[in-house]
Design a protein around this ligand. Structure first.
Ligand SMILES: C[S@@+](CC[C@H](N)C(=O)[O-])C[C@H]1O[C@@H](n2cnc3c(N)ncnc32)[C@H](O)[C@@H]1O
Length: 489
């Protein structure tokens, strides 16, 4: 899991005291990152105006910012609100009780439930006991759930196998909703893809309709706190409702001053034939183009795998400089501004790997390939960075080639690609449209082979055509590449 999933700094101006030494651990133990008033109010406003009495759930309530925003927004003389706030941290309870009691009125009943929400929820679900909710407003804690923990067990009892507190909180809250009940939650976007969150996505898409997803602005934003917000989404779900179009809204930051909204058919958010149920969230960023190609890698006869050479496992076979019959070993550090430099003198990593019975299964036959870095940094403009491997740039080592584990390798069933396909694929992967489409569902900086397998591509003839264009335009700018991709489409 990516560090950037962490909730942080939602409210740097919060009235919470600055933590003293030792309190930091409590903050991370309980995932205590409070929601700012602006975001709380925005979230409260995302609900459909309540048409009946409300039973409200705020699980992991902290200081009740979210319940406060909800009650202030929706309490009126006609409808009653009964608000339940769950909180585990005894240090939070005093403030929580105070803030909740301020909300109480003839039409608003409040209840603070002390303890572990997942434990309470698991019991309520398994024993069909306790309240069922019409509304839930949540900023759940973030924290990994280990396989042997009680949290894991309680989630399982509640009907969800999951790896993080936030997905556990949302999953079990959904189970506690009445039909038509609405959930608005701010959560990391890591659930949108990857195998670990598949059971959560299945539960979410099976139990509820996605009405709206709000995204926070551009990656280039300078302020750290907004950069963290970008890794989160606010999602509006309706239990048991029919899935229709999905509203995607974006704002640069938490002031919501420049909000944009677009409506997308659900099929462009979750592709109907995707058995991984990835959730693609269009960023609406300038320059984003829809990928108009719907071929899978399998359709075009290509494969992508993680680079097989894990260097510490083959240490005795690594060579600083290649000798006769060794194979070049490529690391991301061998690429400088997109160009390969191999062998690299004074490189901290090895440049080569010996060829022998122990290493042969890790090597690919020399030839054209396309590599995509598995890890990009937050500073990098693009998440998908592809490199073309041209055999003649590897100093005449024609036998085999080693790709280190920090790459994904595009290949033709472990054989090289033909030159035009390799050139075309590299250009296509480096296009802005592919990067934007990739980021729709990938909220972290990692690019896994599974993610690349789940993307769509042009047919082989179009890739070859792009490859021919690329050969004739070796120093094309990003704009020229993007234009060529659109023109060829
Ligand atoms: C991310 S904070 C959000 C607080 C508040 N909802 C807000 O938006 O400002 C999560 C809260 O959940 C509480 N919490 C963490 N684990 C919990 C658990 N298992 N059961 C109930 N509350 C929990 C934390 O103490 C913290 O107050």
């Amino acid at each position: 899991m990516d560090q950037t999933d962490n909730f942080e700094l939602f409210d740097s101006s919060s009235s919470e005291p600055v933590p003293k030494p030792g309190q930091r651990s409590r903050q991370s133990e309980f995932g205590q990152y409070m929601t700012s008033p602006e975001i709380s109010n925005f979230m409260a406003g995302m609900f459909t105006p309540p048409a009946c009495d409300v039973v409200l759930l705020d699980a992991g309530a902290g200081q009740a910012s979210l319940t406060t925003a909800f009650v202030q927004r929706w309490s009126n003389k006609e409808q009653r609100i009964e608000a339940h706030a769950y909180e585990i941290d005894v240090n939070m309870l005093g403030g929580l009780r105070r803030n909740m009691s301020v909300l109480a009125s003839p039409n608003v009943d409040i209840e603070v439930v002390e303890g572990d929400f997942l434990e309470h929820a698991a019991h309520m679900i398994a024993l069909s006991k306790g309240p069922r909710y019409t509304h839930a407003i949540l900023n759940p804690p973030y924290g990994k759930i280990s396989a042997s923990s009680l949290h894991r067990k309680w989630c399982r009892v509640g009907g969800l196998e999951t790896v993080n507190l936030y997905s556990g909180f949302i999953g079990l809250s959904l189970k506690l909703m009445r039909p038509g009940g609405e959930v608005v939650a701010i959560i990391p976007r890591s659930f949108c893809n990857g195998p670990y969150y598949l059971p959560f996505r299945r539960l979410l898409l099976g139990e509820a309709a996605i009405r709206r997803i709000h995204l926070f602005g551009s990656r280039d934003r300078a302020f750290k706190e907004d950069a963290v917000l970008q890794e989160n989404v606010i999602i509006h779900l309706v239990r048991g409702a029919e899935q229709g179009d999905v509203t995607i809204s974006t704002s640069t930051d938490r002031t919501f001053s420049d909000m944009n909204e677009s409506i997308y058919p659900f099929e462009s958010i979750v592709f109907p034939d995707d058995n991984q149920s990835f959730i693609h969230v269009p960023s609406g960023e300038e320059g984003e183009a829809d990928l108009r190609h719907h071929a899978t890698l399998e359709d075009i006869g290509l494969k992508v795998s993680t680079g097989p050479v894990v260097d510490f496992r083959v240490r005795p076979h690594l060579r600083q400089f290649p000798e006769f019959n060794d194979a070049p070993l490529l690391y991301p550090g061998h690429f400088v501004k997109g160009n390969i430099i191999w062998p690299r003198p004074a490189f901290k990593k090895p440049n080569a790997i010996a060829r022998n019975v122990e290493t042969e299964r890790l090597l690919y036959p020399a030839g054209f390939y396309v590599l995509v870095k598995r890890f990009s940094s937050k500073e990098e403009k693009k998440r998908v960075v592809a490199y073309l491997i041209e055999p003649e740039k590897l100093g005449g080592y024609e036998g085999a080639i080693g790709f280190e584990n920090h790459f994904n390798v595009f290949h033709d069933d472990r054989k090289p690609l033909d030159e035009a396909t390799a050139r075309g694929l590299a250009i296509y992967l480096n296009g802005s449209a592919f990067d934007a489409a990739f980021r729709r569902f990938n909220g972290h900086t990692q690019v896994n082979a599974t993610d690349l397998r789940n993307m769509t591509y042009p047919d082989r003839a179009t890739i070859v055509q792009l490859g021919e264009w690329a050969r004739n335009n070796p120093s094309a700018s990003q704009e020229e590449i993007d234009k060529a991709i659109i023109d060829i489409e």
